[in-house]
Design a binder for this molecule. Structure first.
Ligand code: ATP
Length: 347
């Protein structure tokens, strides 16, 4: 793994002048727009086919072309990024395209946030250990002979909401898994309720959790199936995210929402020092008993925050000015630079 000393050395060579960069996907528009609002120069790493779109939005001071996003790992591209004093902001597609292990072992360009979190969130078992030891409720995992109601079966390595199936009895499970029994998977209680994807920001500089908003992912085809009577006769559900819908919570739920965020951050400091830094998202279902079940954590900016480029209802109350997550990241880096604490944020 690339050592923090090496990253620190590179960061020091920037002499306090930072260009904020990311790759052309996911929440790049918001990240670069927010960085500009805080006065940073911005850099977009893109493939030829995507450049036109980002040029249209005019969010980048510099554009760096690659054939393939994995080329970021080449010494040529890394040298250029370092030459330009770049700090990268990882987002979901960034991690997906480059790979968690490559980021840990090969990427020398300083990144906002603690890279060690990649080991904890990319492994479903470790993720469960982190969340449950934080005292959060997760959907129960069961063995085939314990299936006593609707379950969702998830194959490991399933990406982007495909390769799941639903079952409601042991018999149905064996029927649907036939031929793939040996592939690693989990059988999870299916929790019915309102899905809230809760957005947080943890500032190590202030030692403070901010609750910055929430969304509901619109997933295809499952969210379209309710329009079809007896859909299960014709279709199997998939959970591919195609968009995000804004939602706010009953205010009486907010104390628990805060508490969940605080617990996850506190535990992260024990598990992978210095723990969570910056934005993260708890993916939850809230039942009619008003209980939250967390089925996943995303330990970086999530795409649902792009609903709130102009700020969310919560960030508006806190800041009285538009504060997107992209801008909040840039603000944290700016405050880090002003107090000589930037190396606490960039790993
Ligand atoms: P991604 O990495 O894109 O977030 P994933 O492939 O890791 O997705 P999950 O996030 O675990 O998959 O689940 C995808 C979707 O399936 C969720 O957004 C939710 O709609 C549904 N889902 C997952 N687990 C449960 C559960 N236990 N109960 C009810 N719905 C669930």
């Amino acid at each position: 793994m690339i050592s923090q000393e090496r990253i620190k050395e590179i960061l020091e060579s920037y002499g306090g002048e930072i260009t904020i960069g990311t790759i052309a996907s996911h929440s790049a528009l918001q990240i670069l727009h927010g960085a500009r609002q805080e006065g940073f120069d911005t850099l977009l790493i893109t493939t030829k086919d995507r450049e036109k779109l980002y040029r249209n939005f005019n969010v980048a001071n510099f554009t760096l072309f690659v054939e393939n996003f994995k080329d970021i790992l080449s010494s040529e591209v890394q040298d250029e990024l370092i030459e330009r004093n770049c700090v990268l902001i990882p987002h979901g597609s960034f991690v997906e395209y480059i790979g968690p292990k490559n980021i840990l072992d090969k990427l020398e360009v300083p990144c906002f946030g603690n890279r060690l979190v990649l080991e904890w969130e990319s492994d479903r078992r470790k993720e469960r250990e982190w969340l449950t030891s934080s005292g959060l409720k997760m959907p129960r995992e069961v063995k085939p002979d314990e299936i006593d109601g609707p379950v969702i079966v998830k194959f490991f390595g399933a990406k982007g909401g495909r390769d799941f199936f639903l079952a409601s009895s042991e018999e149905e499970y064996w029927d649907k898994i036939r031929g793939r029994e040996k592939e690693p998977h989990v059988i999870q209680e299916y929790v019915v309720g309102t899905r809230f994807y809760l957005h947080y920001f943890y500032s190590p500089l202030n030692d403070e959790i901010e609750f910055t908003g929430s969304d509901i992912r619109y997933e295809s085809n499952v969210d379209g199936l309710t329009r079809i009577p007896d859909w299960e006769k014709y279709f199997s559900p998939t959970y591919v995210v195609t968009g995000n819908i804004p939602v706010i919570l009953r205010e009486s739920l907010l104390p628990e929402v805060f508490e969940m965020g605080e617990r996850v951050v506190k535990k992260s400091k024990e598990l992978f020092y210095p723990g969570m830094i910056g934005p993260f998202c708890l993916e939850t279902v809230c039942t009619d008993g008003l209980e939250f079940y967390v089925f996943e954590i995303s330990a970086r900016i999530v795409a649902g925050t792009s609903l709130y480029v102009w700020g969310s209802p919560y960030t508006w109350v806190k800041y009285n000015e538009p504060m997107s997550t992209g801008r909040r990241i840039a603000l944290e880096i700016k405050r880090g630079l002003e107090t000589n604490r930037e190396s606490e944020l960039i790993w």
